[in-house]
Design a protein around this ligand. Structure first.
Ligand code: PXP
Length: 249
């Protein structure tokens, strides 16, 4: 069964839009931790949160409370930045997903250049694994990055589906992207990696993701939080789980 990890960053985005500089005793909303519990009640399999260096949505306190409150698995997305690595080692999420980070970007725009920093990522992967934390690398569906991820010794790769989502309404480009994802997943699986995917996925485009073999989990955020404005969060999660059903594996 294809699992759903819900990225709850955008619940925190809404809170920070109003309360970024609120005094500590001020009641603020909406709470991403309360949202995570609702997502779990709706049947999701994990919660993902990205602690960005500029703290534009998720803040440390959210990650601590998520770690204590959720019943599924916490996937902490983060850059290889010293202070954030130390924080992760203290908080001990189940999985760390390493992502590139550029302060000017609106969202994570490209995959991690694993091939260009293999030694540093291997050291970090070992530190996290020694602490019992599994490691995922968020990469473009590119054979060079997949082979480097195998050598780094990560447990997972997460394939960046952003280009597929961008090209979804242009049939030829979209089909090319699907083929890249299929080939990347086959290669990663053959190399012993578990394969996740995410970025830009929606109830509409997720049907084509069924063509990509070996997937374990999809990480989805923006479309779920957007849909939740109209339906509520629980129905939005259920609707996505329904769209993900029947994945042939
Ligand atoms: N996976 C990773 C590594 C991401 O950075 C993001 C965006 O925060 C997602 C998945 C989810 O993307 P979206 O919000 O477009 O569903």
């Amino acid at each position: 069964m294809l699992k759903l990890g819900v990225n709850i960053d955008h619940v925190a985005t809404l809170r920070q839009a109003r309360y970024r500089n609120a005094p500590p005793d001020r009641a603020v909303e909406p709470d991403p931790v309360a949202a995570a519990v609702v997502c779990e009640r709706a049947g999701c399999h994990g919660i993902t949160a990205h602690l960005r260096e500029d703290r534009r949505h998720i803040i440390e306190d959210d990650v601590r409370r998520l770690r204590d409150s959720i019943a599924t698995r916490l996937n902490l997305e983060m850059a290889n930045a010293p202070a954030i690595v130390e924080f992760a080692l203290k908080i001990h999420p189940h999985i760390v997903c390493l992502v590139p980070e550029n302060r000017e970007e609106v969202t994570t725009e490209g995959g991690l250049d694993v091939a260009g920093q293999e030694a540093a990522l291997t050291d970090l992967r070992k530190r996290l694994n020694d602490d019992g934390i599994e490691v995922s690398l968020f990469i473009d569906p590119d054979p060079v990055q997949i082979d480097a991820s195998v050598r780094v010794g990560a447990q997972f790769v997460e394939l960046h589906t952003g280009r597929f989502a961008d090209f979804y309404h242009r049939k030829d480009a979209r089909n090319q992207e699907i083929q890249r994802l299929v080939q990347a997943s086959v290669r990663a699986h053959a190399g012993g990696l578990q394969v996740n995917a995410g970025h830009g996925l929606t109830v509409e485009n997720v049907a084509l993701i069924h063509l990509v073999p070996h997937l374990v989990e999809l990480n989805i955020g923006h479309s779920l939080v957007s849909r939740a404005i109209f339906t509520g969060l629980e129905p939005a999660i259920r609707e996505m789980l329904e769209a993900m059903k029947g994945y042939p594996g």
